[in-house]
Design a protein around this ligand. Structure first.
Ligand code: SF4
Length: 375
């Protein structure tokens, strides 16, 4: 109601209608002063190397900057360019990747390097479309490489950028439905060089938003006082920043249970390689039962490997717990020792415990082996 008593109907303002003038410049000015130093980032004004950008983006999917840093350096020292990585064996790449998790990324990384070397003369395509034709490069990674390495005017939207943008414009729609709108809004934040025109600073704009999301617009207690965009942030003005991005209720997978069998033969351990396709594909593991919801210990125990000379299995106290993206897992660990010369069952092999670090062991298996070999 207005002071004169007339009813005033407010026009519903779409986030896209909001005036974004000035935001791209404020963001880039802030980035020029506060950009993070990261092993894969060139110095200000230098051109980014597509190989480094791609390698870091693949490693950073589902993994934090701190964890990725040493792996990135290790890969770069071993394979300084995509040609070199394209000549490596998958096994070697998987071994080097061990511990980073989500191993399908390593297999795709290798397949992509092979494709760039074989089909593109060792140079990454410089368009989003061309990049997306490569193994393991989805829309986000293609946009990140296109913007950061090739200056294409496109905005890659990761979790950090989703958070910043949804707060800045107070996007009420929940994720994942809100993604197209957030993508559109994020694109309004792309900047140019001070001279403007066709010179894009798209890569810097994207990295500025990534930095802002990870250091200032954090999931809890964002430091809005330090934010270069705080004068024009809708959720900050309302005081409900932490409630963005809106999310649909989560569905978590049911707990799966199983048994793992840690069998030693002197200083050797019995292992096998997981099938190439599927969860932890191509990785090394000790034999396990199937991993099933509502499986009881007795049923899991009956799936122990058939080995001659095992008088009894020793059950270790407690369980090894691990959380995969789609389900949590609990494994009971059984141990046994067999006589020298005991043959490994079909599809399994003995490896010296001292060389286990050279095996492509996923984290869950590292936990199982540590638990099984602990006295
Ligand atoms: S003002 Fe606060 S909530 Fe808004 S974008 Fe900046 S840090 Fe995020």
């Amino acid at each position: 109601m207005s002071l004169s008593g007339a009813v005033v109907r407010r026009k519903k303002v779409s986030p896209l209608d909001r005036d974004a003038t000035g935001r791209p410049t404020l963001l880039l000015d802030w980035y020029d002063r506060h950009r993070r130093r990261l092993p894969w980032r060139p110095l200000a004004g230098e051109r980014a190397d597509p190989y480094r950008v791609w390698l870091s983006e693949i490693m950073l999917q589902q993994t934090g900057v701190k964890t990725v840093g040493p792996y990135f350096e290790k890969f770069l020292a071993r394979w300084p360019d995509v040609e070199a990585l394209g000549r490596a064996s998958l096994d070697e790449v998987l071994r080097m990747w061990a511990g980073l998790g989500y191993y399908s990324r390593a297999r795709n990384l290798h397949a992509c390097a092979v494709a760039v070397r074989r089909d593109h003369g060792g140079a990454f395509p410089d368009t989003e479309l061309g990049l997306q034709s490569l193994p393991g490069i989805g829309p986000y990674t293609a946009a990140a490489i296109a913007a950061i390495a090739f200056g294409r005017r496109t905005m890659p939207v990761d979790g950090n950028i989703e958070r910043v943008v949804s707060r800045l414009f107070a996007v009420e729609e929940p994720l994942p439905q809100a993604r197209p709108l957030i993508q559109q809004l994020a694109t309004t934040l792309l900047g140019t060089t001070r001279a403007g025109g066709a010179n894009s600073r798209a890569g810097d704009s994207a990295q500025a938003l990534m930095d802002l999301g990870s250091s200032i617009c954090t999931p809890k207690k964002p430091a809005c006082a330090l934010c270069p965009l705080n004068g024009d942030c809708v959720s900050r003005a309302r005081g409900d920043q932490e409630s963005f991005p809106r999310k649909a209720p989560k569905k978590t997978g049911a707990l799966r249970r199983g048994a793992a069998f840690v069998v030693t033969r002197g200083d050797e351990l019995l292992v096998r390689t997981r099938p190439e396709k599927g969860l932890l594909g191509g990785m090394t593991e000790v034999p396990t039962s199937r991993w099933l919801a509502a499986q009881d210990d007795k049923a899991a125990r009956t799936q122990a490997p058939a080995l001659k000379g095992i008088a009894r299995w020793h059950r270790k106290a407690g369980v090894v717990a691990h959380v995969f993206t789609h389900f949590p897992l609990e494994l009971v660990v059984y141990t046994a020792n067999v006589a020298a010369r005991t043959r490994a069952p079909d599809g399994m092999r003995w490896v010296p415990i001292s060389t286990l670090r050279d095996e492509a062991l996923p984290n869950v298996m590292r936990k199982v082996i540590a638990h099984g070999l602990a006295f």
